[in-house]
Write a protein that binds this ligand. Structure first.
Ligand code: ASC
Length: 151
């Protein structure tokens, strides 16, 4: 019983001592997570880009599916930029992310706003609706990269 109680106390202490932002065991995990999310998002977005630029045939169902994935993925990377995750694995994340959190948040919100619109546009089922939404989403990607990602 005493053993169980002390295990319980240790677990409680571990939870209480963990900063709210640290949902990852170590910085390396957070970096890997956000890179993975951004990578998948870029892959799905690339397929929409190809359609918008006429490099791939327009397929309304595929467009809607990809846009939905882009929209979902666009929400995932941000909690993985917590304090202390500026190093721990190769990363192009700039110190500005942690130095200007408000500006970084603004860039995230711009992207999530655009990906929501992208999803609506893709579901409209025509290429003319898709094109400007792809362009606006790409501009939101670029806006964040220009400020917060090393080349
Ligand atoms: C992409 C991709 C990005 C963005 C960016 C837009 O397809 O992988 O990172 O678009 O290039 O400027």
């Amino acid at each position: 019983m005493r053993v169980l109680a002390s295990i319980g106390m240790a677990a409680a202490a571990a939870i209480l001592c963990t900063p709210a932002s640290a949902q990852f065991a170590k910085p390396e995990d957070a970096i890997k997570y956000r890179q993975s999310a951004l990578y998948v998002m870029a892959q799905q977005f690339g397929r929409l880009g190809a359609m918008a630029q006429g490099k791939a045939p327009y397929d309304a169902n595929a467009a809607a599916e990809n846009a939905e994935l882009v929209q979902t993925m666009s929400h995932l990377p941000w909690p993985a930029f917590g304090p202390g995750t500026d190093k721990g694995r190769d990363t192009r994340a700039k110190p500005e992310i942690w130095a200007d959190q408000a500006k970084f948040k603004e860039a995230q919100e711009r992207l999530m706003n655009e990906t929501s619109k992208l999803m609506v546009a893709a579901k409209a089922g025509n290429l003319d609706a898709l094109k400007p939404a792809v362009q606006a989403t790409g501009a939101a990607c670029k806006n964040c990269h220009d400020q917060f990602r090393r080349d």
